[in-house]
Design a protein around this ligand. Sequence first.
Ligand code: 5CU
Length: 385
Amino acid sequence: MAALQKLLVDVHTHVYLPRYASLLRARLNAPRILTRSTPSGQTEDRLLILDDEPSGGRPVGAQYWDREEKLKFMDKHGISVSFVSTANPWLDFLPFSDAQVLAQELNADLETYCSTSPSLSPTLKRLYGFGLLPLVPGAPASALAPAVSQLASNHPHIRGIILGTRGAGAGLDDPALEPLWGALAETGLVVFLHPHYGVGAPAWGARENGHVLPLALGFPFETTIAITRLILAGVLDRHPNLRILLAHSGGALPQLSSRLASCITHDPEVAGRLKHDARWYLGRLWFDAVAYGAAELGFVSEAVGRAERYASVSGKAVGEQEARRSGSQRMVFGTDHPFFPPLGESEKWQSVVENLEAIGEVEAWSEEDKDGVRGGNAMRLFGLQ
Ligand code: 5CU
């Protein structure tokens, strides 16, 4: 048990499985993989997935689809176990009938990818996964709960699902998704909520800033809006067993949760709709530690650790240190591999080193808390202990 507490576990790491990469290669519009000639007469693959991606896209290669590359990356960074998810934009661009077939095929592929990965012990593999649901615009609500049950019952190495923010076209607060949340809560699959669309190009102005604004701000704001709408719709009240993991440390939700609570209190339409103060829901969620800074991790853990104070009955006040320590138990290490590769030659990826250093530097966390964030919390969350 003590040894398992020390494992480094990556919960935010992506793949385009070969079947998915083939689909992207066959497409003429984004999302797509295109092959082009280089000035030196070679060919290279480029990935185009974001709406405002420069027309040439960005380099893409084996690290996106080859399992050996994932394992090499894990070995290089001392990562014992990874929970691998299909990268955005998942199946969002497909009609429901195609998405339904492909979700089943890709979940089967992912189960094989994980179940045939090396073992760390007789009961522990190096790779586990987040599966896909055919939750695309126009998806009939009646198909979703059966898809969850099918996924949960036939794929022992798939421990959750990755979910974008659009739902069946009307967002995650769509009342039609109620059976989906019920099914997810019942199976215990962890819902990894991940952005893709940002908040729209007009927010970024005319100056060319590459991918910086959509990725640094658009992605986390998209997650912030999606989870806030879900909370406001009462989904967490009706499904207390739902387990949601937020990408990029929950975006701006921890920072804005008191403002959100105040806005609710002052709005006659909304006040009284929720069972608890908005801040309480932070303590029901999980947060990846993909924030690149110790101050941010400490802050998120403190906001999470104070959540209980806002329970509708008998809320208990806690101090900063105590809050940061208890809140850390809801935080889990991630890398975002294969995104954010180093620009030049480097032994380890800067993005990974920064996230690990950040965990090590949160002053309020004990060594035990840090080990929890590095791996122990994820092992618990996914039922591997
Ligand atoms: O760099 C990017 O575009 C991305 C992306 O698309 N998805 C992700 O998870 N991280 C970075």
